[in-house]
Design a protein around this ligand. Structure first.
Ligand SMILES: *[C@@H]1O[C@H](CO)[C@@H](O)[C@H](O)[C@H]1NC(C)=O
Length: 288
């Protein structure tokens, strides 16, 4: 902009204007969801569908328990109800299954607790690492542990986290692999490395894993796995600072004051409270 004063006027074309334009475009731009490709032989990555601009697309508000959604057809976009609507009832769209932190980040609002049925809390991989490292007693043990963690880091993306919803772990297969790797015996680990991975057995059935890491399944996990999840959840909770769940609950109940003072603080409280509730539930479910 500075270099081309014949095109741009730095007094008009400010960063502020730019962010406003981006927000404006984002509010109306949609991308047709990519068709799931079951054909595994087809290794070629297809180009993503181009975004389309939809006037009035932001007319409807989002809630997780929405009653309408957008349908993509070859020649039209339709907003359709997903259940019968009563006369006078507000029509809510969904912007996707989104946790409060995502809603706040992308749209600047949150759903008040406990309305967001799609809320989630993350346990950073680093917390699982810390939890597992607590049991190390000698230098050789540390070396063995670090080897395992290196393998784990290669499997997970950088800055990855395990995601928990109100119903259990959403990244169940990653968590399953991580726990298996961290808790296996030294012999099993050597075998694992020689084989360059583990052989799938019946236990690794996707449905079974997802069941095992649901709220119903968690209490029945192996003790060593439960302990690690428990410790990792505890360490994650510590990163929220000193405020106890109950004092946050009180703040939420006294919300009217806070709402008036600062909507940002009020939203931040909702994000934090929802996450803490999920983590506290996880502590209960994995109690040794
Ligand atoms: C998100 O919320 C909807 C509506 O309550 C629910 O049907 C769906 O299962 C939820 N998804 C997750 C991952 O919790």
């Amino acid at each position: 902009i500075m270099r081309h004063p014949e095109l741009w006027n730095p007094n008009t074309h400010t960063l502020e204007l730019y962010t406003q334009l981006v927000a404006f475009v984002m509010a109306y731009s949609f991308q047709e969801p990519q068709e799931e490709d079951d054909d595994e032989d087809d290794e070629e990555q297809r180009a993503p569908n181009p975004p389309i601009m939809v006037p009035m697309a932001d007319m409807l508000n989002h809630v997780s328990k929405h009653n309408a959604n957008l349908e993509f057809n070859p020649d039209s976009l339709k907003m359709v109800s997903v259940r019968p609507l009563r006369k006078g009832e507000e029509v809510f769209n969904t912007y996707g299954q989104m946790a409060n932190w995502q809603l706040l980040h992308m749209y600047g609002f949150t759903e008040p607790y406990p309305e967001n049925s799609n809320d989630t809390a993350d346990i950073p991989v680093a917390c699982l690492y810390q939890a597992a490292a607590q049991d190390i007693q000698s230098e050789p043990e540390r070396q063995l542990f670090d080897e395992r963690f290196k393998v784990l880091s290669q499997m997970m993306e950088e800055n990855a986290a395990f995601v928990f919803s109100n119903h259990g772990c959403l990244t169940d297969s990653e968590l399953h692999s991580a726990l298996k790797l961290l808790c296996m015996s030294q012999e099993e680990f050597s075998e694992f490395r020689d084989n360059e991975g583990w052989e799938d057995d019946d236990e690794d059935d996707d449905d079974k894993i997802s069941q095992a890491f649901s709220n119903e399944g968690l209490p029945d996990l192996k003790l060593s796995w439960k302990r690690l999840i428990h410790q990792a959840a505890r360490l994650t909770l510590r990163s929220y600072g000193d405020a106890e769940l109950e004092s946050d609950r009180k703040l939420m109940e006294d919300g009217a004051d806070l709402k008036g003072q600062s909507s940002r603080r009020w939203r931040a409280l909702q994000v934090r409270f929802g996450q803490k509730v999920i983590l506290h539930r996880l502590l209960e479910l994995t109690k040794p």
